[in-house]
Design a binder for this molecule. Structure first.
Ligand code: ADP
Ligand code: MG
Length: 695
């Protein structure tokens, strides 16, 4: 059977190799792009568009303006400069005239741009022995494309070796008219209508053959919406099924310990804390297991919310456990809890690896007896030897610092405890719902009142001495300071050497009379804790550190942080680091030190200008994508081909609401109106098959 004579939907299953104009070699390249069949080909959409409909005549260009032109290369070559920089230059011509185009530092272009090639170029016109164009963006349309791009929008596809975007474009163009009619609309009519987005066939034509950029965008948005809708449907359905399977403890809101805690707090809870606490209480009093993520900026007061949850478990006669990623943080929580719970007559138990065997045994003995006990500790809580008689609640602080297995293990201790995860990488709620749809999410988006703002400044090398004088001033006033070096990889020997050298220079130079220590990831856990402890106890003035300074550690007397090479950090990371100061009543400062290029200065502005972690995370996501913000733990998060859950926040929110409505009325999507959607979902996502299986 030839593709054309297959039944319509089968056409879409045609392996890419069998499409006319593809062949085995190109099919291989297509597979690398994730395109296996005709359906994938339709969904291989352009990643950008060159708007050739706004092309200008070359002879009309003026110095200083920004313009797009199309011209044929009439001469080219590589010029050396006196500074050793090699410049590729070409002269391009259209019917009106010609202009010189210059690519400094890109001599290799000489191999890919040939005389006779037609180029589409956008950039600024400058004066350099005459008019010269510096292309910001450009596309080689090839030798035979003369004129065809004029007056329309040019689609540029993600390409790969052995398969140029031009080839992809021509293959898609060849098959578009035959393939598109085979795609049935799968969104229910009323839903589609409510979105205001184009129908599926229309959308596919618009993305591949747009008459204007606006048209291309609307088509792309429809496809992105579909993808987001599918992910939300999957997540919600998985969540609902998991809930049914997760019979848990139905705690009773006795308002004994929780009310006492509330009335003994030295301050009022913020509105956000009240809201989050209510959400958690609702989860814990329901018969299903809680599986909730509490996220909030550094200093937003997550700990106290967790403590309310613990009290609810305790007043029901259950045990609660709070796990922190480091000994120091565990100790800190232990102190805080001991202090806040003293008026209630509750004494928590500390469980860490460095405790004496005797202390460890005593703690284990208390946990082995059924009864209300609050355990605070490190991953020692989930190691052998720690048994919980009746764990009712597991809280995991700074959850991203733990491996997936460690998190899971605490949740499996005892019967079926409720689980509360806490994270200080705040991301917009809608994004959290897209990424962690199988968790419920509470957000602390409000700061406790009376917090001193942190003044953040960006200073160049010329100000280095002044910056250190300023730090000295703070130390002289009895405060403490951090100096942070960017070692992200602990194996980075060169960076470690730089930090060590800098430490030695400071400790023997400007801060020779101060108590200075160096903290880095290569030290043993004990050594690290010992240094942090002496810093906390005021036995050190200046802590030179890599990024290991513990998340969540509270040293209120530290009022200034200097960060070297801030350009090497992500914005959210800088914000987290900065959160180590500004924890006391004194005014605090964060100084980003080092000379910066314009681009990096622009990026760092986000940290200088705002203290809102959500806003910063958003900027970080926009600039660097999700991978950097979530690092290795990204595995397990959904992946997207077309949609970008950050940039498409609004679409995602629309899709989330739609998924909720659809599933509320028809949880397996098996009604006549939803069938098409169910089929598309199960066809595209393997996981969907089991989630939406009917009957
Ligand atoms: P994080 O969310 O970073 O874990 P913490 O729970 O450590 O923040 O809280 C930061 C500080 O704010 C703590 O010193 C805590 O006692 C204080 N705090 C928490 N909630 C409030 C509140 N409602 N009013 C005033 N201070 C608060
Ligand atoms: Mg915390």
């Amino acid at each position: 059977m030839t593709p054309a004579s297959r039944p319509p939907t089968r056409i879409l299953d045609t392996p890419i190799t069998f499409l006319k104009g593809v062949g085995e070699r190109r099919a291989e390249a297509f597979r690398r792009l994730g395109v296996l069949n005709a359906r994938d080909l339709l969904l291989h959409i352009p990643h950008r568009y060159e708007d050739a409909s706004t092309v200008r005549a070359i002879n009309a260009l003026r110095i200083g303006e920004d313009a797009t032109v199309i011209g044929t290369v009439i001469s080219k070559g590589v010029l050396p400069t006196r500074k050793g920089l090699r410049i590729f230059q070409a002269v391009v011509q259209d019917t009106s005239g010609f202009i010189e185009v210059s690519w400094p530092g890109q001599p290799f272009l000489d191999r890919s741009i040939n005389k006779g090639d037609v180029l589409l170029l956008s950039g600024t016109v400058r004066f350099y022995h005459g008019r010269q164009l510096m292309p910001r963006e450009w596309v080689n349309l090839g030798a035979d494309d003369s004129g065809t791009a004029e007056g329309r929008v040019l689609a540029v596809y993600p390409a790969t070796e052995g398969l140029s975007f031009k080839m992809i474009r021509s293959i898609i163009d060849k098959h578009l008219d035959a393939l598109v009619p085979a795609v049935d609309e799968y969104l229910p009519a009323d839903l589609l209508h409510a979105t205001g987005l184009p129908g599926i066939q229309d959308a596919l034509r618009r993305v591949h053959r747009p008459a204007s950029v606006a048209e291309a965008i609307s088509g792309r948005n429809r496809l992105a919406y579909d993808e987001l809708l599918c992910v939300h449907l999957l997540q919600r359905r998985a969540n609902a099924i998991a809930r049914q399977a997760r019979r848990g403890i139905a705690f009773t809101n006795r308002r004994e310990l929780t009310s006492k805690l509330k009335s003994s707090l030295p301050w009022e809870l913020t509105g956000a804390q009240v809201r989050a606490t209510r959400e958690i209480v609702a989860d814990m009093t329901s018969p299903q297991r809680m599986h909730r993520l509490l996220q909030g900026d550094v200093g937003s007061g997550k700990t106290i919310v967790a403590l309310f949850a613990c009290c609810l478990a305790l007043e029901n006669g259950y045990q609660a456990a709070v796990m922190a990623p480091t000994e120091l943080l565990a100790e800190q929580h232990f102190r805080t809890f001991s202090r806040l719970l003293a008026p209630l007559g509750v004494e928590p138990v500390l469980v860490t690896g460095s405790m004496t065997a005797k202390a460890r045994r005593a703690a284990a003995a208390r946990l082995a007896e059924a009864g209300p006990v609050l355990a605070v500790g490190t991953h020692a809580l989930v190691q052998e030897g720690t048994m919980f008689a009746n764990l009712g609640l597991a809280v995991i602080d700074e959850q991203h610092r733990f491996g997936v297995e460690q998190r899971a293990t605490l949740g499996e201790k005892g019967g079926a405890p409720d689980v509360l995860l806490m994270s200080a990488t705040p991301i917009p709620r809608s994004l959290a719902l897209t990424l962690y749809g199988d968790l419920d999410v509470s957000v602390l988006d409000e700061r406790p009142p009376g917090r001193q703002p942190i003044t953040t400044a960006l200073r160049g090398e010329s100000a280095r001495d002044k910056v250190f004088e300023f730090v000295e001033g703070q130390l002289a006033a009895g405060r403490q300071a951090y100096l942070v070096y960017p070692i992200i990889e602990e194996s980075d020997k060169i960076a470690l050497k730089a930090a060590t050298t800098a430490y030695e220079a400071l400790a023997s130079g400007p801060f020779a009379h101060r108590r200075v220590a160096l903290l880095h990831g290569r030290l043993s856990g004990d050594e690290k804790d010992a240094i942090m402890r002496s810093f906390r106890d005021g036995e050190l003035d200046l802590l030179v550190s890599t990024t290991v300074i513990e998340v969540g550690i509270d040293v209120p007397n530290a009022t200034v942080m200097v960060i070297e090479h801030p350009e090497r950090f992500g914005l959210s990371q800088l914000h987290q680091l900065r959160g180590r100061v500004g924890r006391g009543a004194e005014e605090s400062f964060c100084i980003l030190l080092g000379d910066q290029g314009a681009e990096s200065r622009e990026r760092l502005r986000h940290v200088v200008d705002t203290e809102d972690g959500f806003e910063i995370a958003r900027a970080d996501l926009r600039l660097r994508g999700m991978g950097d913000l979530f690092g290795k733990q990204q595995s397990g998060l959904p992946t997207f081909r077309i949609a970008d859950p950050v940039r498409d926040e609004e679409l995602s929110e629309m899709a989330r609401a739609a998924a909720e409505r659809l599933l509320a009325g028809d949880s397996t999507l098996s009604s006549a109106a939803n069938r098409g959607l169910q089929k598309t979902l199960t066809g595209r996502y393997g996981r969907a098959l089991e989630l939406f299986r009917v009957g």
